[in-house]
Design a protein around this ligand. Structure first.
Ligand code: SF4
Length: 217
């Protein structure tokens, strides 16, 4: 069974992937925004991801504490921002917030392939954290992406009008009571945790129906 949420709730990671145009089936994110449901186990190997991510986060904590930062980690950093008239909320949980002098650095550790959504995820944190998380208030909030082999700084000045417009447009799509299109495909459905019980368009088997032989090449 699925149950409508009292207030539609959007995770920062969903927004960042939508802004980066990394999601074909926007309906899947819209459904997650509006409903609680029983999740399907997908092919994603969360145990291996968690272990690798933990190693990178711990390594980063050690470096920052040695440099004299006060470090807040994951659950300590959970925040929610309610939109106008409480019609929708955005929630997030950055891996690390490190504070020293008048600066708060928000950091996210990435162990997988680099994606454009990594950049947008930090921009969303830079937009929302100064108004939502107590340790960041009154400080200059800047961002860093932590990859295994590189640290990429993302500065608050990069939160410009274009990005704000993209952010608002993504929120408008997900908070709308009219659902967007489903775009079923084996490539996307196999990583989707919404079962056929909720999504009748789900594609669980690979089909070669769309391929044909021709003499163009
Ligand atoms: S199962 Fe496929 S079609 Fe259904 S919501 Fe997920 S990605 Fe979209």
């Amino acid at each position: 069974m699925h149950e409508q949420k009292a207030i539609p709730s959007i995770w920062v990671t969903w927004l960042s992937r939508l802004i980066a145009d990394e999601i074909q089936c926007v309906w899947s994110v819209w459904f997650r925004t509006h409903f609680k449901y029983e999740k399907l186990n997908t092919n994603f190997d969360s145990a291996a991801w968690n272990a690798n991510h933990r190693i990178l986060v711990n390594r980063r904590i050690n470096i920052l504490e040695a440099e004299g930062y006060t470090v807040y980690v994951e659950g300590e950093n959970r925040f929610e921002v309610l939109g106008r008239d409480h019609l929708v909320k955005v929630a997030g949980k950055p891996d690390i917030i490190a504070i020293k002098d008048n600066y708060a650095w928000v950091e996210d550790c990435k162990t997988g392939q680099r994606k454009n959504s990594d950049f947008y995820q930090i921009l969303i944190y830079l937009l929302l954290l100064p108004i939502s998380l107590a340790p960041c208030q009154g400080l200059s909030v800047q961002g860093r992406l932590i990859y295994r082999d590189e640290v990429v700084e993302i500065l608050a000045v990069q939160v410009n009008d274009d990005f704000r417009a993209q952010f608002r447009a993504a929120i408008a799509i997900l908070s709308n009571t009219t659902p967007p299109r489903k775009v079923p495909s084996f490539q996307e459905c196999r990583f989707c945790d919404i079962s056929a019980q909720y999504c009748s368009a789900r594609v669980d088997t690979y089909s070669t129906q769309a391929s044909s032989e021709h003499d163009l090449f």
